[in-house]
Design a protein around this ligand. Structure first.
Ligand code: AMP
Ligand code: GLY
Length: 425
């Protein structure tokens, strides 16, 4: 069948790479794609917020399945529009994507269905948010309710910082996303990313993964979209994975059905593994970036078949097999990220780097200028490796990076440090 993949990041490159191996695939199209994705797909400039244009393109190219990568088109209802046009798609409806689109929505659902998460309050004005703050312990977490491109979360160490965060949200620092604010308890523990395909009724967990959110070595500095990831994540033991399914994912699937908005797609739980067990930090309604890059390296089953089974509601009869090897990805970012990244610097040595055994280089923010590859975003490349152990995967990834000549970029030197040092895997 012909498939259209929506998105342009490293996540979509990894998905395109995995999809291209499927015997079910005829032609892969990607809107808009990137120079890396262009190796596997026909890239097309489509305005994906123009739903009729996407539908018209699907009809012209005889596209039988649309896979929606990023959250914005999901929250904007691209899936609903495709469904109404009888075009099969992977991803939640607009209503179900509220699990990512509104933090307050998810917190209320957790409260109603007894899903473990941080204690919280929801506020529509600064005065009531400040009043709630007065009775809370520090540090405390202030979040813009809506989609803020990963920027709307402030961990406040002092009341003054928390008040400044509240004022920033309500004065429009995060646009419409900050019209409502969630204030929540600070959770202590180790973070992990947990993914499950959900077909509205059945949830099928994927392999475990962990990313590094902070920009600097030792997990310091500002938050980013993720500077590297690895799989498996030792913190997600089989016991923890069972608890996550039983206490968090399955109750959410039931809750969404009961609300009349069944969740179909990939449910991405950001977890804190606390001394009391796993707690939900937030939901995303899509694959993680860069976690997907390592998951795709380890997936042995046909990705396209798995995504079709999700859309068709037959996950109960489906199984996913994983390579026992470990995978690791290092994000190469442009100078300035996560602030304003420098654009247009040239990257050399990608061919030599990709010849390191077990290495795939996924493009996240590049553009092609003739024969040259130029940086064109914050997170630019994901140098990803697979090997029998995490240590060897890490060596391969950094060996490949040493072959890349890009003075305009930087990367973390310590991806997977926690797993390697503390847990000795
Ligand atoms: P979010 O966008 O909600 O995933 O938050 C971004 C990051 O902020 C998370 O990955 C955590 O590192 C941190 N964070 C968010 N909420 C909490 C919380 N309640 N307790 C501790 N850290 C948090
Ligand atoms: N890596 C975290 C995310 O995709 O939001």
């Amino acid at each position: 069948m012909n498939v259209l993949l929506v998105g342009s990041g490293g996540r979509e490159h990894a998905l395109a790479w995995a999809l291209s191996a499927s015997p079910l695939l005829k032609t892969l199209y990607c809107a808009p794609g990137n120079p890396g994705i262009a190796e596997h797909a026909t890239c097309v400039k489509l305005d994906v917020s123009d739903h009729p244009a996407v539908i018209a393109y699907c009809r012209e190219q005889d596209i039988g399945f649309v896979i929606i990568g990023p959250e914005a088109p999901l929250v904007a209802g691209l899936g609903d529009a495709l469904g109404a046009a009888s075009i099969k798609y992977f991803g939640p409806t607009k209503a179900a994507a509220q699990l990512e689109g509104s933090k307050g929505y998810t917190k209320d659902l957790c409260r109603e269905f007894g899903i473990p998460t941080a204690a919280y309050g929801r506020f529509k004005d600064a005065a009531s948010a400040r009043a709630y703050l007065a009775n809370q312990k520090l540090p405390i977490v202030v979040k813009a309710d809506g989609l803020a491109a990963g920027k709307g979360v402030i961990i406040a160490q002092t009341s003054a910082e928390a008040e400044a965060a509240i004022d920033a949200c309500f004065s429009g620092a995060f646009g419409a996303a900050g019209a409502e604010v969630v204030i929540e308890e600070f959770l202590e523990g180790e973070e992990a990313s947990f993914f499950a395909l959900c077909d509205g009724t059945t949830a099928l967990p994927l392999a475990s993964a962990q990313d590094h959110k902070r920009v600097g070595d030792g997990d310091t500095g500002p938050n980013t979209g993720g500077m590297g990831a690895y799989s498996p994540a030792p913190v997600v033991t089989p016991e923890i994975a069972d608890r996550v399914m039983r206490e968090i994912i399955n109750p959410t699937v039931v809750a969404m059905r009961q609300r009349g908005t069944p969740f179909k797609g990939v449910l991405f739980a950001g977890l804190m593994i606390t001394d009391d067990g796993p707690k939900l930090i937030e939901y995303n309604a899509r694959f993680g970036d860069p976690e997907t890059q390592v998951l795709m390296m380890r997936m042995k089953s046909d990705l396209l078949a798995a995504l079709l089974a999700t859309a068709d509601g037959v996950l109960d009869a489906f199984d996913i097999r994983w390579n026992d090897d470990a995978a690791l990805t290092v994000v190469l970012a442009a100078s300035g990220y996560p602030g304003t990244p420098m654009r247009g610097t040239e990257i050399r040595g990608l061919d030599a780097a990709s010849r390191v055994a077990g290495v795939e280089i996924f493009h996240a923010g590049t553009r092609r200028d003739g024969d040259r590859i130029l940086a064109d975003g914050g997170r630019v490349l994901n140098v990803t490796a697979i090997a029998p152990t995490l240590m060897e995967a890490r060596e391969r990834a950094y060996q490949a990076i040493s072959r890349i000549d890009w003075p305009g970029g930087f990367y973390r030197k310590d991806i997977a440090w926690r797993a390697l040092k503390e847990r000795g895997v």
